[in-house]
Ligand binder design. Structure first.
Ligand SMILES: *[C@@H]1O[C@H](CO)[C@@H](O)[C@H](O)[C@H]1NC(C)=O
Ligand SMILES: *[C@@H]1O[C@H](CO)[C@@H](O)[C@H](O)[C@H]1NC(C)=O
Ligand SMILES: *[C@@H]1O[C@H](CO)[C@@H](O)[C@H](O)[C@H]1NC(C)=O
Ligand SMILES: *[C@@H]1O[C@H](CO)[C@@H](O)[C@H](O)[C@H]1NC(C)=O
Ligand SMILES: *[C@@H]1O[C@H](CO)[C@@H](O)[C@H](O)[C@H]1NC(C)=O
Ligand SMILES: *[C@@H]1O[C@H](CO)[C@@H](O)[C@H](O)[C@H]1NC(C)=O
Ligand SMILES: *[C@@H]1O[C@H](CO)[C@@H](O)[C@H](O)[C@H]1NC(C)=O
Ligand SMILES: *[C@@H]1O[C@H](CO)[C@@H](O)[C@H](O)[C@H]1NC(C)=O
Ligand SMILES: *[C@@H]1O[C@H](CO)[C@@H](O)[C@H](O)[C@H]1NC(C)=O
Length: 452
């Protein structure tokens, strides 16, 4: 029976022993061969899947392809029925806190969340006057927000989503018990680049090299100190000594990093200690969206909140016009990314942690998850085109009709919907508040705590 010994014979492996034991057993030859064939094909399949997954560990379209095509096609109809049942027994959630951190697609998310609340007359925690920040980048205080506008409702506020720093005790005291906490984060170096261009930091610190991003990062502390010593223009309203580039996402999520002066900083803590800190955030936030998986994150949001497909249609706003190729070539970009990692260590720990958590969440979804993602991509593309045409008076259609799916009923998207999508709803809500409650006096703030 030597033909079974395909392995090296120099050492008696477990496998060899097994085969020997097996040879000594009284089994019919045909049974043995059948068994062997089964084991071989099973290992081959495992090997094949493993190869795909190892090649692209985070490429979701691979999973998607793998799920949709290989396993779940036969049970599509069954799956649809199950999901439809689920979605009809799912009660829309309306109370939420969204931590809005700059350059993390959060203004785009704001077009979703503001519209959701506005069309339902929900009560928002609104910045005072014409401010756009809820105290940001300081912890929120009473002088930063308006009292609730509904005098007689069961809960005072439904939604807190304008720029604020997450703080558990402040927000719990303001929001209903069943509030869902959500935020959105982004690959830290990409977020840095976006911020760098959006706030024109190059001009504030005067960089003269062609590859000015490399110049900045190579002399990081010097240039940080220059722009931090200035007060940004009224429009941006960034206080002195505040870093827009360093660990900003962690700061928005309430991680104490020494701003404002006198606040504790955990920047020098070990990775383990920081991870423990993040574990608390993990427990308090139901969803941390990842910009690199924006569509997947939106579907998770829809499912978590039991919202409609129409609710999560968005408009891209504040997308920087810069191209990365303007700045550095690929090799330099990678070098810069590594360099930046050393300056924004906490943001990287944060990002890696929540990216892993998001991918895990996706794996736990029903098998039709990627079908829904793809369906939503199509709807979003159609609506974007429709609204663009609508605004250029080139529209040939009166509305878009989206058919019923296993996730949602049919709905129409009209020009009125486009108009709402393009309206500045923060201003609209502040005006609506003023017309109901009358204009409130905005208390002056001390100059060392300037916020808008
Ligand atoms: C993911 O896989 C798909 C299909 O193989 C491929 O087209 C796509 O470029 C991959 N994306 C990334 C980011 O690797
Ligand atoms: C919201 O309030 C406006 C004005 O008070 C009212 O006309 C509208 O019907 C309300 N909408 C909902 C969904 O309650
Ligand atoms: C306000 O609440 C009180 C007590 O719950 C109730 O009696 C009253 O009818 C409410 N008023 C309005 C306008 O809803
Ligand atoms: C949250 O806010 C409270 C009240 O302002 C403050 O005492 C506490 O230190 C803050 N927590 C963090 C983690 O900053
Ligand atoms: C940029 O400015 C510095 C100091 O003013 C100077 O030493 C350097 O040569 C300049 N670089 C370029 C590319 O002009
Ligand atoms: C900014 O930082 C400098 C140096 O650390 C300090 O002297 C100054 O008082 C700070 N200014 C503000 C407004 O916090
Ligand atoms: C579209 O039509 C409206 C009303 O007829 C007009 O006010 C507007 O300027 C037009 N917009 C464009 C982009 O042509
Ligand atoms: C929507 O449903 C209608 C009628 O059932 C059908 O004719 C049409 O092709 C469907 N549209 C899409 C995009 O599937
Ligand atoms: C969409 O609009 C068409 C006519 O424009 C109407 O017949 C249909 O009932 C509408 N569908 C929904 C879901 O409102």
């Amino acid at each position: 029976m030597t033909h079974y010994f395909l392995l090296e014979t120099s050492e008696k492996t477990i496998c060899q022993r097994t085969i020997i034991v097996w040879n000594n057993m009284i089994l019919r030859k045909s049974t043995k061969i059948l068994f062997m064939v089964m084991i071989c094909s099973y290992s081959y399949i495992l090997f094949y899947i493993n190869k795909i997954i190892q090649k692209h560990p985070t490429n979701l379209s691979i999973f998607q392809h793998y799920f949709n095509n290989r396993y779940f096609h036969q049970s599509d109809e069954l799956q649809k029925q199950i999901t439809l049942k689920l979605s009809t027994s799912c009660k829309e959630k309306q109370n939420l806190v969204f931590i809005k951190c700059m350059k993390c697609a959060t203004e785009t998310m704001a077009t979703v969340i503001r519209r959701f609340g506005y069309t339902r007359n929900l009560s928002f925690v609104l910045p005072v006057g014409t401010h756009i920040y809820l105290g940001w980048p300081y912890l929120m205080e009473k002088i930063d927000y308006r009292p609730p506008s509904c005098k007689n409702c069961s809960t005072a506020y439904n939604i807190l989503m304008e720029h604020s720093i997450y703080n558990r005790s402040i927000m719990r005291s303001l929001m209903p018990k069943d509030t869902v906490y959500i935020t959105s984060i982004r690959e830290p170096y990409d977020r840095f680049l976006s911020t760098f261009h959006y706030f024109k930091i190059k001009d504030y610190v005067v960089l003269n090299e062609t590859d000015y991003v490399s110049q900045y990062l190579n002399d990081y502390h010097k240039y940080e100190a220059i722009y931090k010593s200035k007060t940004f223009s009224e429009h941006y309203c960034i206080p002195r000594n505040f870093s827009l580039t360093e660990n900003l996402m962690a700061h928005c999520l309430g991680v104490p990093l020494g701003f404002p002066a006198g606040r504790k900083s955990i920047a020098s803590y070990s990775t383990e200690e920081i991870t423990r800190y993040l574990q608390d955030l993990d427990n308090e936030f139901s969803l941390v969206m990842i910009v690199e998986y924006f569509y997947e994150s939106l579907i998770l949001l829809r499912r978590l909140m039991c919202w409609k497909t129409k609710d999560i249609i968005f408009r891209k706003v504040n997308i920087g016009g810069y191209r990365k190729t303007d700045v550095s070539n690929n090799r330099q970009t990678e070098q810069n990314r590594q360099l930046y990692k050393s300056y924004s260590r906490i943001d990287y720990i944060l990002y890696d942690h929540f990216k892993r958590a998001l991918l895990e969440k996706i794996k736990q979804q029903t098998p039709d998850f990627f079908d829904e993602v793809n369906h939503f991509r199509k709807v979003q593309a159609e609506v974007t085109e429709f609204c663009d045409n609508f605004y250029q008076n080139k529209s040939t259609k009166k509305c878009i009709s989206v058919n019923q799916t296993s996730w949602d009923n049919a709905f129409n998207y009209t020009g009125e919907d486009c108009k709402l999508m393009y309206t500045n709803l923060l201003t609209a809500m502040q005006n609506r508040y003023d017309s109901v409650m009358g204009k409130l006096t905005v208390l002056p703030q001390s100059t060392d705590r300037r916020t808008c």
